[in-house]
Design a protein around this ligand. Structure first.
Ligand code: NAD
Ligand code: UDP
Length: 326
């Protein structure tokens, strides 16, 4: 908190989404003024409805592929569909959102000399041949596959961020986010945690793609948001020079197979659902685990605190309530 100025005006793009809405809660709680810009493609007003009427909160329906003119001190650029079925729904728009969205938000940051955070992704590593993934690894990405609109869009956004950093001395923060879950995930977004929980709660078959032996490392949303804020609040360099730009991996390094996740969800929900096996989608990474040494070193020993079981219990309660209120 030593470097934190309590009167900041902060823009969060994609703020009505899963991660964005949790970030906004944290920023408002510490006294910031927050503008949420979202086109509601995958986000929903329900995620921020508890904030409508808050004196320091403002919602703007806006598509980041178009320029935005306002005055802020910091920008968190989260706008982009994140789940495979959503980003593959209109892949051209996904690339535009990542690339044009980055150009527009970087342009805004440059005019304002504002610090800007980019929600990048572990997908920049593709189907990794290095395990666990460190930030030094350049990745193994198919440039022409069905995941490419997202993976390459996010890679190009990183390029733009680092060019603005070098060319315009912009203060950037690039975080590579690994699979994160928690309340306010979209119930039908097809991501594995929401799918398994919704299936288990409704007594439907649990759909494992492939053998279920592929791995992911799941981070609870509160741990991730703590990492975002610590990263953004790193100070600028001497004489106002940019601070540490990243990239930094943010995620939970504890790795599970997808089958283990299914078993845990079944146990925690007490469901009678059965596991069924379906084809593995194209280019689905076989393993994924972040090396978080850099985050530990730069972010005051940041590391996830919430174990998968604890986080799942909270997420199950959220979806349970959603189902009973619908
Ligand atoms: P989400 O789909 O819940 O949120 C994304 C938000 O962006 C939504 O509210 C959506 O309406 C908005 N949006 C999409 N296109 C837009 C556009 N053109 N203009 C304005 N708003 C737009 O997803 P999330 O999980 O909250 O992800 C947030 C960010 O974090 C994304 O950039 C995603 O790529 C990144 N990320 C998330 C994860 C994860 O596990 N949740 C992992 C890696 C990276
Ligand atoms: N997955 C699965 N069943 C589902 C949804 C996903 O087995 O109902 C698998 C998917 O093939 C992938 C992993 O779970 O191997 C994580 O998928 P998700 O879409 O959540 O994220 P990503 O692939 O982007 O990490």
């Amino acid at each position: 908190m030593r470097n934190y100025n309590p009167t900041q005006r902060i823009l969060v793009t994609g703020g009505a989404g899963f991660l964005g809405s949790h970030l906004i809660d944290r920023l408002l709680a510490r006294g910031d003024d927050v503008v949420c810009a979202d086109n509601l493609f995958t986000g929903t007003k329900r995620n921020v409805e508890h904030l409508l009427g808050h004196p320091r909160f403002e919602f703007i329906r806006h598509d980041v592929t178009f320029p935005l003119y306002l005055e802020v001190d910091q920008i968190y650029n989260l706008a982009c569909p994140a789940s495979p079925i959503h980003y593959q729904h209109d892949p051209v728009q996904t690339t535009k959102t990542s690339v044009h969205g980055a150009i527009n938000m970087l342009g805004l940051a440059k005019r304002l000399r504002a610090k800007i955070f980019q929600a990048s992704t572990s997908e920049v590593y593709g189907d990794p041949t290095v395990h666990p993934q460190t930030e030094a690894y350049w990745g193994n990405v198919n440039p022409i596959g069905i995941r490419s609109c997202y993976d390459e869009g996010k890679r190009c956004a990183e390029t733009l961020f680092f060019d603005y950093y070098r060319q315009h001395k912009l203060d950037i923060r690039v975080a590579r986010i690994f699979n994160t879950y928690g309340p306010r995930m979209h119930p039908n977004d097809g991501r594995v945690v929401s799918n398994f929980i919704m299936q288990a709660l409704q007594g439907q078959d649990i759909t494992l793609y492939g053998s279920g032996q592929q791995t992911r490392s799941f981070c609870y949303v509160d741990d991730l948001i703590e990492g975002f804020i610590r990263f953004m609040d790193l100070p600028r360099g001497a004489d106002g020079a940019p601070g540490f730009p990243g990239p930094i991996n943010l995620g939970n390094p504890v790795e599970f197979t997808i089958r283990q996740l299914a078993e845990l969800v079944i146990a925690l929900t007490g469901s009678s659902s059965k596991m069924v096996f379906m084809p593995l989608p194209a280019d689905d990474p076989l393993q994924r685990q972040p090396d978080i040494s850099r985050a530990r070193a730069y972010l005051n020993d940041w590391q996830p605190q919430v174990q998968l079981q604890q986080g799942l219990v909270k997420t199950i309660a959220y979806f349970d309530q959603l189902l009973s209120s619908s």
